[in-house]
Ligand binder design. Structure first.
Ligand code: EPU
Length: 431
């Protein structure tokens, strides 16, 4: 087990560089399975979710070589669906992309129901609806999803998504990229990682148009072949450093960003009185005056991202007055609030609404991360709090942030990562 030990109270100052986007990488790595021959993927973030997906591909027969820290050559020529590592798949939500990719290439696919962070019910009915519309027969039994195309190849279809879903949009896009004929996805999600996955597939020979709008049109192609592609910078990692700079009252230049992707985040931080100055591929965040209260409602892109909700909530704890947060994407993404209250926050949750009363300050305490973004938010709380905060279960944070503590130390944070014996080890040694 790992925990972060943070001594708070210092405004962050300096320059931090953002890594490749997690939610693009976790789609692009499985999509490499569709390509005959090697593809070079650059700007891959060093995070545990990606490491896990690469391991899954390797266990299925992929040949993966590391070119440098962030560049890999992924060759799935010899991959087979005979062995699918269900146990590894269960550990990560994005393993569901292997279904779309396998269906496209082989006409059959197997995967375990996905794991990932727990925000209440996380159905995949829209993924399944899409696969069925493309001609697959899908069965879910004993935690395993099996999809089979009786004719051997998927066919194009018109698919209307009942909910705006990032995962279902990408998964159907993967499956349809090599289907026979045309597919239209209506009510598609529009996140930057959807555009990035479409661009990756197009660079391999796919014909996908409209990604980034709510109607995506795909002309299926017979095969994809290898080329070289660089993943976009991570919008949410950048957003997390925006929140950290804002909450601590610091001045941080965040490099390797696409400022356009950050507008949905900076719009809210500007309302809080934070200066956000965009440059071509960086953004300067500065706060010199007290934080102002505001209301935040999470929505699919280009709305305020749910993956920034906990970080925004922590920042609003320091704003004078009452702020209201509405979580409109996930049913249960406020589990971290109880931990925040242990540090002195005043937040009342009622269903999808969190009412945040600003407090003069937080005090350090031992707290537990319950998921990736909640963990990052508790670290930000610790950076602002007086005294020492220990954030346990920091492995959640490593799922999506490359070298979080190292990057924070680089902008002046007093944070160390400590390995602790897990409960099992403690009880074993106590016997
Ligand atoms: N939904 C359905 N049916 C489906 C799929 C989704 O009802 O078949 C519902 C969900 O229950 C949810 C909403 O639609 O209420 C949106 O879910 P979506 O499918 O968009 O989420 P996801 O694809 O499972 C991705 C990110 C999440 C991020 C959400 C929303 C990945 C691997 N994960 O999840 O990222 O919160 O989109 O933007 O891309 C994170 O990075 O911390 C994270 C959790």
């Amino acid at each position: 087990m790992t925990k972060y030990v943070i001594k708070g109270g210092k405004p962050l100052k300096g320059t931090v560089t953002v890594s490749g986007a997690k939610n693009a990488a976790v789609a692009i790595v499985p999509a490499a399975l569709m390509v005959e021959g090697p593809c070079r993927v650059e700007n891959i973030p060093q995070i545990s979710d990606v490491t896990l997906l690469l391991k899954i591909l390797e266990e299925m027969g992929a040949n993966i070589s590391t070119v440098n820290r962030h560049t890999m050559d992924i060759d799935c020529s010899d991959i087979s669906t005979d062995f699918v590592p269900f146990e590894l798949m269960r550990k990560i939500r994005a393993s569901y992309y292997l279904l779309g990719a396998m269906l496209a290439r082989f006409g059959h696919a197997k995967a375990s129901l996905p794991g990932g962070c727990d925000f209440g019910v996380r159905p995949i009915d829209q993924h399944i609806k899409g696969f069925k519309a493309l001609g697959a027969e899908v069965e879910v039994k004993n935690g395993i999803i099996t999809a089979e195309v009786p004719s051997g190849r998927l066919h194009g279809a018109q698919i209307y998504m009942d909910v705006v879903s990032v995962g279902a949009t990408i998964n159907v896009m993967l499956a349809a990229a090599m289907a026979e004929g045309k597919t239209t996805i209506e009510n598609a999600a529009r996140e930057p990682h959807i555009v990035d996955t479409a661009n990756f597939l197009n660079s391999m020979g796919a014909d996908i148009r409209g990604a980034g709008t709510n109607v995506i049109k795909i002309n299926g192609v017979d095969r994809l072949s290898g080329s070289s592609y660089s993943i976009i910078p991570d919008q949410i990692e950048a957003g997390t450093y925006i929140a950290a700079a804002a909450a601590t009252g610091g001045e941080v230049l965040i490099e390797n960003v696409i400022p356009k992707h950050l507008e949905c985040i900076t719009a809210k931080f500007e309302e809080m009185g934070v200066e956000c100055i965009p440059y071509p591929d960086s953004i300067l965040i500065r706060r010199t005056s007290p934080l102002l209260r505001t209301n935040v409602k999470t929505m699919p892109y280009p709305g305020f991202p749910t993956d920034m909700q906990p970080q925004a909530c922590v920042t609003l704890c320091f704003a004078e007055g009452t702020s209201v947060i509405t979580e409109a994407v996930w049913d249960n993404r406020y589990k971290y609030i109880d931990e925040l209250k242990r540090m002195g926050a005043s937040v009342h949750v009622d269903g999808k609404i969190a009412v945040v009363e600003g407090v003069p300050g937080l005090t350090g305490a031992p707290v537990k991360a319950c998921d990736l973004r909640a963990g990052a938010a508790l670290v930000i709380a610790g950076l602002c709090a007086s005294g020492t905060t220990e954030v346990e279960d920091a492995h959640y944070i490593a799922r999506g942030y490359e070298d979080f503590e190292g990057k924070l130390r680089g902008i002046g944070a007093d944070i160390v990562c400590v390995e602790t014996p897990d409960d099992e080890e403690v009880s074993r040694s106590a016997v």
